[in-house]
Design a protein around this ligand. Structure first.
Ligand SMILES: Cc1cc2nc3c(=O)[nH]c(=O)nc-3n(C[C@H](O)[C@H](O)[C@H](O)COP(=O)(O)OP(=O)(O)OC[C@H]3O[C@@H](n4cnc5c(N)ncnc54)[C@H](O)[C@@H]3O)c2cc1C
Ligand SMILES: *[C@@H]1O[C@H](CO)[C@@H](O)[C@H](O)[C@H]1NC(C)=O
Ligand SMILES: *[C@@H]1O[C@H](CO)[C@@H](O)[C@H](O)[C@H]1NC(C)=O
Ligand SMILES: *[C@@H]1O[C@H](CO)[C@@H](O)[C@H](O)[C@H]1NC(C)=O
Ligand SMILES: *[C@@H]1O[C@H](CO)[C@@H](O)[C@H](O)[C@H]1NC(C)=O
Length: 503
């Protein structure tokens, strides 16, 4: 009955003796934890043992099941004070816990959480727009599509992630990027204040005037310091009347060199209203049968102006073309033929993610990556489920705020890349992992001397913290960790300081 589990994790860095000291056997039974939490939380809060079928039915599912965290109890706090109480209880009982927003975080680092308490923020999911004040306040678990829908109705906008189902707060706490980042930068640049429970148990309002040091950290590394229950943002009047051009194209892999040349040209002068996406993958369609590149262009302006802008890509005579004007909120439903809506909103996939930033476009190197992919995918059908996905936003938005204005370190990124593969099941994991690592390594060669950098939400989880936060910003973030999360409770997701090392 008693759950016996090691609370801290062994690493090769530890001596045997240290390892013994480190292992703390928590002996609180699941039922006791349930009873304790039920007793201290407000009546509207939910507490459910994960073995109870209600848990699977009621709690936010995880998008990625590869190396997902495991829990013994799920809690849905109703009040901010409930969040504080779970935290205090978990600390007192030596039980680890993790907040869940939209459940879309896919880093393998999350798998280090075993047998903890899932603090599902489902009851914090409202979106309130004040168009007069040009502000929006969202709960810690509000989704990207809720935000887009509410803002479109109010004639306003903000950058939202491409996937409508991701937690908007979760995305923000790591910076957050989307098509309109070319206009306004990472989502975190639009944050005005955050109400959060920090690792030392305090409930704080964090902004430019209150706990400014933590505000800096929250904008790009927020999940390292506490649970954000409510976030307030600056919002903007809709560009082009809330309408946007969406253009989808497809090119044969043989044109990859020309596509990269154009990507490079565009990167130098990309208008802030334009965002460019590519997906390099394998098509088994008989007429294609090999590497293809799909391209997506989103332009916050008239269709005529947008088409004129992307004419060089049209001149390559795409095998497929679809250009239309849509409401801004509908981008996920139409871009790439709606692939993001279809693929990104169906949780429970076995996803093997890698990623990295490109700081320049090295055409020759990209050609060699495409040729490597062609070779690997031709010989190994399993790998045909993998792809390289590319987001290229205008630098304008990223340069609106100073480099040292927040923890977000990726302002000089030319393209945000995801190297990912959805496996049919876990048996395909090793091959997709090998492919992911190799492709990442090959792509990184094109970055010259630049250290490996990866947008924290696109990371695999095996990178060093400097890759997520940059070696320049890391020391300050470590110091803030001591101030706001001295026990390292918030160290499960691409952490600033890994909990493993603290033991
Ligand atoms: C298909 C897909 C497409 C994506 N596209 C984009 C994109 O275009 N742009 C982009 O920026 N990102 C994108 N992402 C990444 C996404 O931003 C991250 O996965 C992010 O972590 C999602 O937040 P979540 O709340 O859904 O995840 P969760 O798994 O619930 O949370 C991830 C981590 O953040 C923490 N967290 C979440 N909410 C809070 C909170 N309120 N307070 C404190 N900690 C919290 C959790 O504890 C966990 O450690 C995409 C992800 C997927 C799966
Ligand atoms: C929790 O673990 C610490 C060591 O990390 C130990 O000193 C303490 O006694 C434990 N507390 C409980 C309640 O088990
Ligand atoms: C945070 O600010 C809000 C709005 O001003 C206020 O209602 C709340 O009491 C504040 N909370 C704390 C902990 O200061
Ligand atoms: C990629 O482009 C290069 C340069 O044009 C070409 O030689 C190569 O065959 C292309 N790769 C594939 C897989 O088509
Ligand atoms: C083109 O895109 C629109 C959405 O913008 C969609 O309704 C339509 O079905 C697409 N056409 C084709 C041929 O895929």
């Amino acid at each position: 009955m008693a759950a016996l589990r090691p609370l801290l994790f062994l690493t090769s860095a530890l001596t045997f003796l240290e390892a013994i000291i480190c292992v703390v056997w928590a002996q609180t039974s699941p039922q006791t934890i349930y009873d304790d939490l039920r007793a201290i939380l407000s009546s509207r809060s939910e507490v459910v043992l994960t073995e109870d079928p209600t848990y699977t039915r009621d709690f936010t599912p995880r998008y990625n099941t590869a190396g997902e965290p495991t829990y013994i109890v799920g809690v849905k706090p109703a009040l901010v004070t409930d969040v504080q109480r779970v935290l205090t209880y978990a600390v007192g009982s030596n039980i680890s816990f993790l907040a869940t927003g939209g459940g879309h975080g896919y880093s393998s680092s999350l798998g280090r959480m075993e047998g903890g308490i899932n603090v599902d923020l489902d009851m914090f999911s409202t979106v309130q727009v004040d168009s007069d004040a040009r502000t929006m306040t969202v709960g810690g678990a509000a989704r990207a599509d809720q935000v887009a829908t509410a803002l479109q109705a109010a004639g306003m906008e903000i950058p939202v992630p491409q996937c409508p189902c991701v937690g908007f707060s979760g995305a923000t706490l790591g910076g957050g990027i989307g098509p309109y980042s070319g206009l306004y930068g990472p989502i975190s640049d639009s944050l005005l204040s955050v109400e959060m429970v920090t690792g030392d148990g305090r409930l704080l309002n964090v902004s430019q005037t209150q706990h400014q040091d933590l505000f800096y950290a929250v904008k790009g590394a927020g999940f390292n310091y506490g649970v954000a229950t409510s976030l307030t943002y600056r919002i903007y009047p809709a560009t082009n009347g809330g309408q946007t051009m969406n253009a989808d194209m497809m090119f044969s892999g043989s044109l990859n060199g020309s596509v990269w040349e154009l990507a490079k040209q565009f990167a130098a002068t990309q208008p802030k209203e334009l965002s460019i996406g590519f997906s390099v993958r394998y098509s088994s369609e008989p007429t294609l049968n090999g590497i293809i590149i799909t391209a997506n262009f989103i332009y916050a302006g008239t269709q005529d102006a947008g088409v004129a802008l992307i004419q060089p890509f049209l001149d390559l005579q795409p095998l497929y073309l679809n250009i239309s004007t849509v409401m801004w909120k509908n981008i996920p439903a139409v871009a790439n033929n709606g692939a993001i809506l279809t693929v990104g909103c169906k949780p429970g996939v076995y996803y093997v993610p890698y990623g990295l930033n490109l700081y320049q476009i090295d055409v020759q190197n990209l050609i060699s990556v495409v040729n490597y992919m062609d070779d690997a995918m031709t010989t190994k059908p399993t790998l045909r489920r993998a792809s390289v996905v590319w987001q290229q936003y205008a630098s304008y938005g990223f340069n609106l705020q100073a480099k040292d204005s927040s923890a977000f370190p990726h302002r000089d990124t030319v393209a945000f890349l995801q190297v990912g593969g959805v496996a049919v099941d876990a048996t395909q994991g090793p091959a997709l992992n090998k492919f992911g690592r190799e492709t990442r390594d090959l792509l990184q060669r094109g970055n010259g001397e630049h250290e490996l950098g990866v947008f924290v939400h696109f990371a695999h989880g095996d990178e060093v913290p400097a890759a997520f936060y940059s070696s320049a910003k890391l020391p300050a973030l470590e110091t803030l960790k001591e101030a706001y999360d001295p026990s390292g409770l918030f160290s499960w997701y691409n952490p600033v300081v890994s909990r493993d090392r603290e033991c």
